[in-house]
Design a protein around this ligand. Structure first.
Ligand SMILES: [Zn+2]
Ligand SMILES: [Zn+2]
Length: 113
């Protein structure tokens, strides 16, 4: 579904689309995420001060970006899309309810939070 706003899965704050550059990532973490191929990534960043949770809708899902701009994995509770291999759902609010929603625009998968 087309999602306007993803929410941080820890504190439920709004996340804002943010281009990330000059980040680093350990090889093992990069292997875990797969889609990190360049040093440029567009992810949603949690707006709560001090929170380092980010969400990338094309496959990585939720991850951490530490104070040194280093990407690390995060033990997410987001389910993966169960209809197709679209990767991890993101948390969003729909009709006043929190739901995990597949970020793929043409996909209808969602799950109650
Ligand atoms: Zn947060
Ligand atoms: Zn999907």
């Amino acid at each position: 579904m087309k999602i306007e706003t993803f929410l941080c899965e820890v504190d439920k704050s709004e996340m804002v689309k943010t281009p990330l550059t000059n980040f680093s990532v350990e090889p093992a973490v990069a292997a875990f995420f797969g889609p990190i191929k360049t040093n440029h990534l567009v992810a949603y960043a949690c707006q709560k001060p001090g929170c380092r949770i980010h969400y990338e809708p094309l496959g990585m899902g939720y991850f951490l970006l530490d104070a040194k701009n280093k990407i690390d994995s995060y033990p997410t509770s987001a389910p993966r899309c169960a209809l197709n291999d679209h990767g991890y759902t993101g948390l969003s609010s729909m009709d006043g309810k929190l739901k995990w929603i597949c970020p793929e625009h043409t996909c209808t998968f969602s799950k109650d939070y």
